[in-house]
Write a protein that binds this ligand. Structure first.
Ligand SMILES: C[S@@+](CC[C@H](N)C(=O)[O-])C[C@H]1O[C@@H](n2cnc3c(N)ncnc32)[C@H](O)[C@@H]1O
Length: 227
């Protein structure tokens, strides 16, 4: 039988309804989960549709992250999304095989567009989350992420971003300098973003940097709060 095959960002084959495994996601999912446990609040044991907090992931990639997180927050509704439709099969596989049944089927979302074009209402999302997209996409995607967070998160709700960043124009350590150069060689519009610039972008969108958490492999998790 012919396989429905496409090639995604990592150059890996994405086979419809078969899961992809990104080695980096396998390594970082547990440290990120430990951070989420500090910031996600949910005191119910299962989802009750309208009432359940909504966790919207932008740029889900393989779908591994929500699959790892969701069983630890059975009262939170996880909504994965991706712009690349060749990844939706893998994300669907993880969603359908989640034992706690709190992962919705993925939506195809381009974060450069307003989330209202995908059916979201302003001030309706409890958590937004995006890992490793900010530096591996044009800056317009980062602008879209912050604009959408500013409009579609509920007041006081959080956006969580994970990845490597520079600070005040300086990239550390040398391995991240090389990583930044390799990204730019692949696509001149990609590259590490500067936390100072992101703080300004956040302020323009009614968001404040609430916490910066150092993560393994010279990454950071940034916690943004809507004012
Ligand atoms: C390096 S992957 C990260 C995947 C996953 N979050 C992870 O950490 O394993 C970057 C992802 O950003 C997605 N992406 C790029 N541009 C996007 C856009 N405009 N809207 C939403 N996702 C986008 C790509 O399709 C890709 O899957």
């Amino acid at each position: 039988m012919a396989k429905d095959v496409a090639f995604n960002f990592s150059g890996q084959e994405s086979i419809k309804n078969e899961k992809l495994i990104y080695p980096a996601a396998t390594r970082n999912q547990e440290p990120i989960l430990q951070v989420l446990k500090r910031f996600l609040i949910c005191d119910v044991d299962s989802i009750e549709d309208e009432e359940s907090p909504l966790f919207l992931e932008i740029a889900s990639g393989s779908g591994q992250h929500v699959a790892h997180f969701a069983p630890h927050f059975p009262g939170v509704k996880f909504q994965p999304s991706e712009v690349d439709d060749s990844l939706l099969g893998s994300i669907t596989y993880y969603a359908e095989n989640c034992k706690t049944k709190n992962i919705l089927l993925p939506k195809q979302i381009d974060i450069c567009k307003k989330l209202s074009s995908y059916g979201f209402e302003e001030n309706s999302v409890d958590y937004m989350y995006s890992a490793n997209m900010i530096h591996i996409s044009p800056y317009a995607c980062t602008i879209g992420l912050f604009e959408n967070a500013g409009s579609f998160l509920k007041p006081d709700a959080l956006m969580i971003t994970y990845g490597p960043y520079s600070k005040d124009g300086v990239i550390t350590p040398e391995s991240n300098v090389q990583f930044d150069a390799s990204l730019k060689a692949r696509n001149p519009a990609w590259g590490l973003r500067d936390i100072t610039d992101l703080v300004k972008l956040a302020e323009q969108n009614n968001l404040t940097l609430m916490d910066t958490i150092e993560m393994p492999a010279n990454n950071k998790t940034l916690i943004w709060k809507k004012n």
